[in-house]
Design a protein around this ligand. Structure first.
Ligand SMILES: C[S@@+](CC[C@H](N)C(=O)[O-])C[C@H]1O[C@@H](n2cnc3c(N)ncnc32)[C@H](O)[C@@H]1O
Length: 450
Protein backbone atom coordinates (compact mmCIF):
# COMPACT_ATOMS: atom_id res chain seq x y z
CA UNK A 1 0.00 0.00 0.00
CA UNK A 2 1.40 3.43 -0.91
CA UNK A 3 1.25 6.40 1.41
CA UNK A 4 -1.26 8.05 -0.93
CA UNK A 5 -3.94 5.39 -0.49
CA UNK A 6 -3.29 4.73 3.19
CA UNK A 7 -6.33 5.68 5.26
CA UNK A 8 -5.85 6.54 8.92
CA UNK A 9 -7.97 4.07 10.90
CA UNK A 10 -11.00 5.74 12.50
CA UNK A 11 -10.36 6.87 16.05
CA UNK A 12 -12.82 5.18 18.46
CA UNK A 13 -12.68 8.25 20.73
CA UNK A 14 -13.94 10.37 17.81
CA UNK A 15 -16.76 7.93 17.20
CA UNK A 16 -17.78 7.93 20.87
CA UNK A 17 -16.01 10.47 23.13
CA UNK A 18 -14.89 9.18 26.53
CA UNK A 19 -16.70 10.38 29.63
CA UNK A 20 -13.69 11.57 31.62
CA UNK A 21 -14.04 12.92 35.18
CA UNK A 22 -11.69 14.84 37.47
CA UNK A 23 -9.34 12.61 39.46
CA UNK A 24 -8.96 14.10 42.92
CA UNK A 25 -5.44 12.91 43.71
CA UNK A 26 -3.97 14.42 40.51
CA UNK A 27 -4.37 17.99 41.84
CA UNK A 28 -0.90 19.60 41.96
CA UNK A 29 -1.08 20.23 45.72
CA UNK A 30 -2.07 16.59 46.35
CA UNK A 31 0.81 15.29 44.22
CA UNK A 32 3.13 17.73 45.99
CA UNK A 33 2.01 16.49 49.43
CA UNK A 34 2.41 12.83 48.50
CA UNK A 35 5.87 13.48 47.14
CA UNK A 36 6.91 15.52 50.19
CA UNK A 37 5.71 12.91 52.71
CA UNK A 38 7.52 10.13 50.83
CA UNK A 39 10.82 11.99 50.48
CA UNK A 40 10.30 12.92 46.83
CA UNK A 41 11.00 16.17 44.96
CA UNK A 42 9.45 19.33 46.42
CA UNK A 43 7.10 20.82 43.89
CA UNK A 44 6.89 24.62 43.53
CA UNK A 45 3.27 25.53 44.23
CA UNK A 46 3.28 29.25 43.48
CA UNK A 47 3.86 28.73 39.77
CA UNK A 48 4.08 25.56 37.70
CA UNK A 49 3.40 23.97 34.34
CA UNK A 50 1.22 20.85 34.04
CA UNK A 51 0.82 18.55 31.04
CA UNK A 52 -1.93 15.93 30.86
CA UNK A 53 -1.40 13.24 28.23
CA UNK A 54 -4.59 11.60 26.94
CA UNK A 55 -6.72 14.36 28.49
CA UNK A 56 -9.90 13.36 26.55
CA UNK A 57 -12.62 16.03 26.98
CA UNK A 58 -10.54 18.02 29.46
CA UNK A 59 -12.72 17.12 32.46
CA UNK A 60 -9.70 16.85 34.77
CA UNK A 61 -7.84 19.96 33.58
CA UNK A 62 -10.78 22.36 33.35
CA UNK A 63 -11.44 22.58 37.11
CA UNK A 64 -7.71 22.33 37.86
CA UNK A 65 -6.96 25.37 35.70
CA UNK A 66 -10.08 27.24 36.82
CA UNK A 67 -9.08 27.35 40.49
CA UNK A 68 -5.33 27.59 39.91
CA UNK A 69 -4.86 30.63 37.71
CA UNK A 70 -1.21 30.83 38.84
CA UNK A 71 -0.50 27.55 37.01
CA UNK A 72 -0.20 26.87 33.28
CA UNK A 73 -1.98 23.76 31.95
CA UNK A 74 -1.76 21.83 28.68
CA UNK A 75 -3.88 18.87 27.60
CA UNK A 76 -2.83 16.60 24.75
CA UNK A 77 -5.01 14.01 23.01
CA UNK A 78 -5.25 12.12 19.73
CA UNK A 79 -9.00 12.51 19.34
CA UNK A 80 -9.89 15.65 17.36
CA UNK A 81 -13.49 15.49 18.55
CA UNK A 82 -12.56 15.30 22.22
CA UNK A 83 -10.04 18.13 21.89
CA UNK A 84 -12.69 20.25 20.21
CA UNK A 85 -15.12 19.55 23.11
CA UNK A 86 -12.37 20.47 25.58
CA UNK A 87 -11.62 23.71 23.70
CA UNK A 88 -15.28 24.66 23.63
CA UNK A 89 -15.46 24.31 27.42
CA UNK A 90 -12.19 26.22 27.89
CA UNK A 91 -13.49 29.10 25.72
CA UNK A 92 -16.81 29.10 27.56
CA UNK A 93 -14.92 29.59 30.85
CA UNK A 94 -12.53 32.11 29.29
CA UNK A 95 -9.44 30.33 30.64
CA UNK A 96 -6.20 31.78 29.32
CA UNK A 97 -3.96 29.46 31.40
CA UNK A 98 -5.20 26.28 29.66
CA UNK A 99 -4.63 24.96 26.15
CA UNK A 100 -5.58 21.71 24.47
CA UNK A 101 -3.42 20.29 21.69
CA UNK A 102 -4.53 17.66 19.20
CA UNK A 103 -1.84 15.13 18.32
CA UNK A 104 -0.43 11.65 18.67
CA UNK A 105 2.31 10.70 21.16
CA UNK A 106 4.28 9.32 18.21
CA UNK A 107 4.48 12.73 16.49
CA UNK A 108 4.23 15.01 19.53
CA UNK A 109 7.82 16.23 20.11
CA UNK A 110 7.33 19.17 17.71
CA UNK A 111 4.01 20.14 19.27
CA UNK A 112 4.88 20.35 22.95
CA UNK A 113 7.45 22.53 24.63
CA UNK A 114 8.79 21.56 28.05
CA UNK A 115 9.78 21.57 30.74
CA UNK A 116 6.68 20.65 32.75
CA UNK A 117 6.72 20.38 36.55
CA UNK A 118 3.98 17.75 36.40
CA UNK A 119 3.14 15.31 33.63
CA UNK A 120 0.13 13.09 34.19
CA UNK A 121 -1.65 10.36 32.27
CA UNK A 122 -4.66 8.73 33.87
CA UNK A 123 -6.24 5.72 32.17
CA UNK A 124 -3.84 5.89 29.21
CA UNK A 125 -0.79 3.64 29.76
CA UNK A 126 -2.80 0.40 29.55
CA UNK A 127 -4.97 1.50 26.63
CA UNK A 128 -2.34 2.07 23.98
CA UNK A 129 -0.12 -0.26 21.98
CA UNK A 130 3.59 -0.70 22.75
CA UNK A 131 4.69 1.83 20.08
CA UNK A 132 2.48 4.58 21.46
CA UNK A 133 3.44 3.65 25.04
CA UNK A 134 7.16 3.86 24.30
CA UNK A 135 6.63 7.17 22.47
CA UNK A 136 4.71 8.45 25.49
CA UNK A 137 7.53 7.46 27.84
CA UNK A 138 10.07 9.18 25.55
CA UNK A 139 7.96 12.34 25.68
CA UNK A 140 7.79 12.20 29.47
CA UNK A 141 11.54 11.78 29.68
CA UNK A 142 12.26 14.79 27.48
CA UNK A 143 9.50 17.10 28.74
CA UNK A 144 9.60 16.55 32.52
CA UNK A 145 11.49 19.20 34.53
CA UNK A 146 14.56 17.90 36.45
CA UNK A 147 12.66 17.79 39.77
CA UNK A 148 9.30 17.20 38.15
CA UNK A 149 6.67 14.57 38.99
CA UNK A 150 5.29 12.02 36.56
CA UNK A 151 1.91 10.46 37.38
CA UNK A 152 1.12 7.31 35.40
CA UNK A 153 -1.95 5.29 36.17
CA UNK A 154 -2.30 1.76 34.78
CA UNK A 155 -4.38 -1.40 35.04
CA UNK A 156 -2.75 -3.82 37.43
CA UNK A 157 -2.36 -7.56 37.46
CA UNK A 158 -3.52 -9.77 39.00
CA UNK A 159 -6.84 -8.06 39.80
CA UNK A 160 -7.32 -6.80 36.28
CA UNK A 161 -7.14 -10.35 34.92
CA UNK A 162 -10.65 -10.93 36.27
CA UNK A 163 -11.97 -7.85 34.50
CA UNK A 164 -10.03 -8.96 31.44
CA UNK A 165 -12.07 -12.19 31.35
CA UNK A 166 -15.27 -10.17 31.42
CA UNK A 167 -13.86 -7.96 28.66
CA UNK A 168 -13.01 -10.97 26.44
CA UNK A 169 -16.50 -12.33 26.93
CA UNK A 170 -18.15 -9.00 26.09
CA UNK A 171 -15.93 -8.46 23.05
CA UNK A 172 -17.05 -11.80 21.63
CA UNK A 173 -20.70 -11.34 22.52
CA UNK A 174 -20.93 -7.97 20.77
CA UNK A 175 -18.58 -8.45 17.81
CA UNK A 176 -21.45 -8.48 15.30
CA UNK A 177 -22.88 -5.02 16.16
CA UNK A 178 -21.94 -2.26 13.74
CA UNK A 179 -21.27 0.85 15.85
CA UNK A 180 -19.30 1.24 19.04
CA UNK A 181 -22.31 2.72 20.81
CA UNK A 182 -24.47 -0.24 19.80
CA UNK A 183 -21.82 -2.64 21.04
CA UNK A 184 -21.55 -0.80 24.36
CA UNK A 185 -25.33 -0.86 24.85
CA UNK A 186 -25.32 -4.55 24.01
CA UNK A 187 -22.65 -5.09 26.69
CA UNK A 188 -25.09 -3.77 29.25
CA UNK A 189 -27.91 -5.98 28.04
CA UNK A 190 -25.69 -9.06 28.00
CA UNK A 191 -24.36 -8.25 31.48
CA UNK A 192 -27.86 -7.76 32.89
CA UNK A 193 -28.81 -11.22 31.59
CA UNK A 194 -25.71 -12.81 33.08
CA UNK A 195 -26.25 -11.24 36.49
CA UNK A 196 -29.70 -12.74 37.04
CA UNK A 197 -28.60 -16.39 37.44
CA UNK A 198 -25.43 -15.35 39.30
CA UNK A 199 -27.49 -13.57 41.95
CA UNK A 200 -29.20 -16.79 42.87
CA UNK A 201 -25.86 -18.48 43.62
CA UNK A 202 -24.06 -18.38 46.96
CA UNK A 203 -20.65 -19.45 45.65
CA UNK A 204 -17.96 -16.72 46.06
CA UNK A 205 -17.05 -16.99 42.36
CA UNK A 206 -20.65 -16.19 41.41
CA UNK A 207 -20.56 -13.18 43.74
CA UNK A 208 -17.29 -11.98 42.20
CA UNK A 209 -18.62 -12.30 38.67
CA UNK A 210 -21.96 -10.79 39.69
CA UNK A 211 -20.12 -7.69 40.97
CA UNK A 212 -18.05 -7.42 37.82
CA UNK A 213 -21.11 -7.59 35.53
CA UNK A 214 -22.97 -5.17 37.78
CA UNK A 215 -20.20 -2.63 37.17
CA UNK A 216 -20.91 -2.89 33.44
CA UNK A 217 -24.65 -2.44 33.94
CA UNK A 218 -24.04 0.69 36.05
CA UNK A 219 -21.79 2.44 33.54
CA UNK A 220 -22.68 4.61 30.59
CA UNK A 221 -21.98 3.42 27.01
CA UNK A 222 -18.98 5.68 26.43
CA UNK A 223 -17.20 4.27 29.47
CA UNK A 224 -18.05 0.67 28.55
CA UNK A 225 -16.89 1.22 24.96
CA UNK A 226 -13.41 2.31 25.97
CA UNK A 227 -13.03 0.18 29.08
CA UNK A 228 -14.23 -3.16 27.75
CA UNK A 229 -14.15 -2.88 23.96
CA UNK A 230 -10.88 -1.04 23.40
CA UNK A 231 -8.58 -3.02 21.07
CA UNK A 232 -5.72 -2.38 23.50
CA UNK A 233 -6.02 -3.23 27.15
CA UNK A 234 -2.77 -4.24 28.75
CA UNK A 235 -2.50 -4.89 32.44
CA UNK A 236 0.94 -4.96 34.08
CA UNK A 237 2.41 -6.58 37.15
CA UNK A 238 3.81 -3.89 39.41
CA UNK A 239 7.31 -5.23 38.99
CA UNK A 240 6.94 -5.37 35.21
CA UNK A 241 5.72 -1.77 35.13
CA UNK A 242 8.64 -0.52 37.21
CA UNK A 243 11.20 -2.40 35.09
CA UNK A 244 9.83 -0.58 32.04
CA UNK A 245 9.91 2.75 33.82
CA UNK A 246 13.45 2.22 35.11
CA UNK A 247 14.58 1.39 31.59
CA UNK A 248 13.05 4.70 30.53
CA UNK A 249 15.00 6.60 33.19
CA UNK A 250 12.41 7.03 35.96
CA UNK A 251 12.45 6.26 39.68
CA UNK A 252 9.46 5.52 41.91
CA UNK A 253 8.44 8.11 44.51
CA UNK A 254 5.10 6.94 45.98
CA UNK A 255 1.55 5.92 45.12
CA UNK A 256 -0.61 8.98 44.46
CA UNK A 257 -3.52 7.18 46.12
CA UNK A 258 -1.50 5.98 49.12
CA UNK A 259 -4.29 7.04 51.47
CA UNK A 260 -7.29 6.37 49.24
CA UNK A 261 -9.78 3.58 49.09
CA UNK A 262 -8.53 2.35 45.71
CA UNK A 263 -5.19 1.63 47.30
CA UNK A 264 -5.66 -1.67 48.99
CA UNK A 265 -1.99 -2.43 49.50
CA UNK A 266 -1.31 -1.98 53.16
CA UNK A 267 2.19 -2.16 54.52
CA UNK A 268 0.79 -4.77 56.91
CA UNK A 269 0.23 -7.24 54.06
CA UNK A 270 3.65 -6.62 52.60
CA UNK A 271 5.30 -7.16 55.97
CA UNK A 272 3.21 -10.22 56.62
CA UNK A 273 4.44 -11.82 53.39
CA UNK A 274 8.04 -10.83 54.10
CA UNK A 275 7.87 -12.24 57.63
CA UNK A 276 6.31 -15.44 56.32
CA UNK A 277 9.32 -15.85 54.00
CA UNK A 278 7.19 -15.30 50.88
CA UNK A 279 8.91 -12.42 49.11
CA UNK A 280 8.08 -13.67 45.58
CA UNK A 281 9.05 -11.33 42.77
CA UNK A 282 8.02 -8.40 44.98
CA UNK A 283 5.99 -8.51 48.22
CA UNK A 284 3.73 -5.76 46.91
CA UNK A 285 2.61 -8.11 44.13
CA UNK A 286 1.57 -10.73 46.66
CA UNK A 287 -0.28 -8.00 48.54
CA UNK A 288 -2.00 -6.97 45.27
CA UNK A 289 -3.18 -10.55 44.80
CA UNK A 290 -4.58 -10.73 48.31
CA UNK A 291 -6.25 -7.34 47.88
CA UNK A 292 -7.67 -8.01 44.41
CA UNK A 293 -6.17 -4.78 43.20
CA UNK A 294 -6.97 -3.66 39.64
CA UNK A 295 -5.35 -0.29 39.26
CA UNK A 296 -2.15 1.47 40.29
CA UNK A 297 -1.42 5.20 40.30
CA UNK A 298 2.30 5.69 40.98
CA UNK A 299 4.24 8.95 40.96
CA UNK A 300 7.76 8.89 39.53
CA UNK A 301 10.61 11.28 38.91
CA UNK A 302 13.82 11.27 36.90
CA UNK A 303 16.38 8.66 37.99
CA UNK A 304 18.72 8.70 39.77
CA UNK A 305 16.94 10.26 42.67
CA UNK A 306 17.92 10.35 46.33
CA UNK A 307 15.08 10.40 48.86
CA UNK A 308 15.06 13.39 51.19
CA UNK A 309 12.79 12.80 54.18
CA UNK A 310 10.24 15.46 55.03
CA UNK A 311 11.69 17.31 58.04
CA UNK A 312 9.73 18.56 61.04
CA UNK A 313 9.77 22.16 59.83
CA UNK A 314 8.25 21.13 56.48
CA UNK A 315 5.70 19.01 58.33
CA UNK A 316 4.84 21.87 60.70
CA UNK A 317 4.10 24.12 57.72
CA UNK A 318 1.37 21.78 56.41
CA UNK A 319 -2.30 22.57 56.88
CA UNK A 320 -4.49 20.12 58.78
CA UNK A 321 -8.26 19.78 58.24
CA UNK A 322 -10.67 17.41 59.97
CA UNK A 323 -14.37 16.65 59.94
CA UNK A 324 -14.11 14.20 62.87
CA UNK A 325 -17.01 14.87 65.21
CA UNK A 326 -16.73 14.50 68.98
CA UNK A 327 -18.72 11.59 70.42
CA UNK A 328 -20.34 11.67 73.85
CA UNK A 329 -18.33 9.31 76.04
CA UNK A 330 -18.55 7.90 79.55
CA UNK A 331 -16.65 9.60 82.33
CA UNK A 332 -13.09 8.43 82.63
CA UNK A 333 -12.89 7.24 79.01
CA UNK A 334 -10.60 8.82 76.45
CA UNK A 335 -12.34 11.35 74.18
CA UNK A 336 -13.73 9.76 71.00
CA UNK A 337 -14.37 11.14 67.53
CA UNK A 338 -16.42 9.77 64.67
CA UNK A 339 -15.89 10.09 60.93
CA UNK A 340 -18.80 10.61 58.57
CA UNK A 341 -18.09 7.13 57.08
CA UNK A 342 -18.44 5.51 60.47
CA UNK A 343 -14.91 4.95 61.79
CA UNK A 344 -14.32 5.93 65.38
CA UNK A 345 -11.08 6.87 67.07
CA UNK A 346 -10.05 7.49 70.64
CA UNK A 347 -7.32 9.85 71.60
CA UNK A 348 -5.34 9.97 74.80
CA UNK A 349 -3.37 13.05 73.74
CA UNK A 350 -4.79 16.33 74.92
CA UNK A 351 -3.29 18.49 72.11
CA UNK A 352 -4.87 16.20 69.49
CA UNK A 353 -8.20 16.28 71.28
CA UNK A 354 -8.15 20.09 71.34
CA UNK A 355 -7.04 20.34 67.70
CA UNK A 356 -9.84 18.05 66.50
CA UNK A 357 -12.43 20.07 68.45
CA UNK A 358 -11.11 23.27 66.91
CA UNK A 359 -11.00 21.95 63.34
CA UNK A 360 -14.38 20.26 62.99
CA UNK A 361 -16.48 23.46 62.76
CA UNK A 362 -13.98 24.91 60.27
CA UNK A 363 -14.23 21.97 57.83
CA UNK A 364 -13.38 21.97 54.91
CA UNK A 365 -11.00 24.74 55.91
CA UNK A 366 -7.95 23.84 57.92
CA UNK A 367 -5.28 25.39 60.14
CA UNK A 368 -1.52 25.08 60.02
CA UNK A 369 -0.04 22.15 61.94
CA UNK A 370 2.33 24.52 63.75
CA UNK A 371 -0.56 26.67 64.98
CA UNK A 372 -2.27 23.57 66.42
CA UNK A 373 0.66 21.72 68.01
CA UNK A 374 3.72 22.97 69.85
CA UNK A 375 5.52 19.59 69.86
CA UNK A 376 5.61 18.42 66.23
CA UNK A 377 7.80 15.38 66.91
CA UNK A 378 5.33 14.10 69.48
CA UNK A 379 2.27 14.39 67.22
CA UNK A 380 3.64 13.69 63.74
CA UNK A 381 3.28 9.91 63.72
CA UNK A 382 -0.34 10.17 64.91
CA UNK A 383 -1.21 12.67 62.18
CA UNK A 384 0.45 10.53 59.52
CA UNK A 385 -1.53 7.55 60.74
CA UNK A 386 -4.82 9.50 60.63
CA UNK A 387 -3.99 10.70 57.12
CA UNK A 388 -3.21 7.18 55.93
CA UNK A 389 -6.72 6.08 56.93
CA UNK A 390 -8.26 9.24 55.44
CA UNK A 391 -9.53 10.38 58.82
CA UNK A 392 -7.95 13.82 58.48
CA UNK A 393 -6.48 15.81 55.61
CA UNK A 394 -3.04 17.31 55.40
CA UNK A 395 -2.40 19.89 52.69
CA UNK A 396 0.57 21.81 51.36
CA UNK A 397 -1.55 24.90 50.80
CA UNK A 398 -5.19 25.88 51.26
CA UNK A 399 -7.29 26.49 48.14
CA UNK A 400 -8.24 29.76 49.85
CA UNK A 401 -4.84 30.95 48.66
CA UNK A 402 -5.92 30.63 45.03
CA UNK A 403 -9.69 30.42 45.08
CA UNK A 404 -11.96 31.42 42.20
CA UNK A 405 -15.77 31.43 42.52
CA UNK A 406 -17.02 27.92 41.74
CA UNK A 407 -20.37 28.85 40.12
CA UNK A 408 -19.46 29.34 36.41
CA UNK A 409 -17.35 26.19 36.43
CA UNK A 410 -19.93 24.11 38.30
CA UNK A 411 -22.79 25.24 36.04
CA UNK A 412 -20.84 24.04 33.03
CA UNK A 413 -19.85 20.77 34.73
CA UNK A 414 -23.46 20.14 35.74
CA UNK A 415 -24.65 20.62 32.19
CA UNK A 416 -21.93 18.41 30.72
CA UNK A 417 -21.49 15.61 33.27
CA UNK A 418 -23.70 16.27 36.30
CA UNK A 419 -20.85 16.96 38.68
CA UNK A 420 -19.48 19.95 40.58
CA UNK A 421 -15.77 20.11 41.32
CA UNK A 422 -14.47 21.97 44.35
CA UNK A 423 -11.27 23.96 44.75
CA UNK A 424 -9.87 20.82 46.44
CA UNK A 425 -10.43 18.97 43.15
CA UNK A 426 -13.04 16.65 44.65
CA UNK A 427 -16.22 16.14 42.65
CA UNK A 428 -19.72 15.56 43.86
CA UNK A 429 -21.45 12.55 42.38
CA UNK A 430 -18.39 11.44 40.47
CA UNK A 431 -19.08 8.22 38.66
CA UNK A 432 -15.41 7.70 38.04
CA UNK A 433 -14.72 4.10 38.96
CA UNK A 434 -11.28 5.00 40.26
CA UNK A 435 -13.05 6.30 43.32
CA UNK A 436 -16.17 4.22 43.55
CA UNK A 437 -15.57 0.58 42.66
CA UNK A 438 -14.83 -0.20 46.27
CA UNK A 439 -17.42 0.51 48.91
CA UNK A 440 -16.18 2.94 51.58
CA UNK A 441 -15.25 1.47 54.92
CA UNK A 442 -18.33 1.81 57.07
CA UNK A 443 -17.49 -0.27 60.10
CA UNK A 444 -16.85 1.54 63.34
CA UNK A 445 -13.56 -0.03 64.35
CA UNK A 446 -11.89 1.55 67.32
CA UNK A 447 -8.31 2.51 66.92
CA UNK A 448 -6.81 2.73 70.40
CA UNK A 449 -4.86 4.57 71.62
CA UNK A 450 -3.68 7.47 69.57
C1 LIG B 1 -9.32 5.74 28.33
S1 LIG B 1 -9.11 7.42 27.80
C2 LIG B 1 -8.66 8.21 29.31
C3 LIG B 1 -9.12 9.61 29.37
C4 LIG B 1 -8.86 10.37 30.68
N1 LIG B 1 -7.45 10.58 30.91
C5 LIG B 1 -9.51 9.68 31.87
O1 LIG B 1 -8.94 8.78 32.47
O2 LIG B 1 -10.63 9.99 32.21
C6 LIG B 1 -7.56 7.36 26.91
C7 LIG B 1 -7.25 8.68 26.18
O3 LIG B 1 -5.97 8.56 25.56
C8 LIG B 1 -6.01 9.14 24.25
N2 LIG B 1 -5.00 8.49 23.42
C9 LIG B 1 -4.94 7.18 23.07
N3 LIG B 1 -3.89 6.95 22.27
C10 LIG B 1 -3.25 8.14 22.12
C11 LIG B 1 -2.09 8.54 21.40
N4 LIG B 1 -1.38 7.67 20.68
N5 LIG B 1 -1.72 9.84 21.44
C12 LIG B 1 -2.45 10.73 22.18
N6 LIG B 1 -3.55 10.41 22.86
C13 LIG B 1 -3.96 9.13 22.84
C14 LIG B 1 -7.43 8.84 23.79
O4 LIG B 1 -7.83 9.70 22.76
C15 LIG B 1 -8.23 8.99 25.06
O5 LIG B 1 -8.75 10.27 25.23
Amino acid sequence: MTAANYKTPPNPYDELPYCAYPVAWTAPERLALTSLLHGGPRLPLDQYRVLELGCANGANLLPMAWYRQHGEFTGFDASARQVSLANEARDHLGLSNLQFVHGDFRSAPDQLEGPFDIIMAHGVFSWINDDARDAMLGLCRSLLAPDGLLYLNYNAKPGWTVRGMVRDFLMQQTAHASTLKERAEMCREVSAKVIAPLQAEEHPYSKLMGNEFQLVVNQDPAYIAHEYLSPENNAYWRDEFFSLLHESGFAYVADADFNCISNRITSDYENLLKEAGMPGRAPSEGADLICYRQMQSPILTHAPFAKRACNDTEFANLVMASMLEPVEGKQGENPSFKHILGQEIETCKDPLHKALLKLQPLWPRGLSVKSLFSDIQDIREDLEWLLRYQLIELRCIEPGDFEAAPEPLNELEQSLRQISTSAWHTSSESKHPTESTIAPVTDSRKFIPL
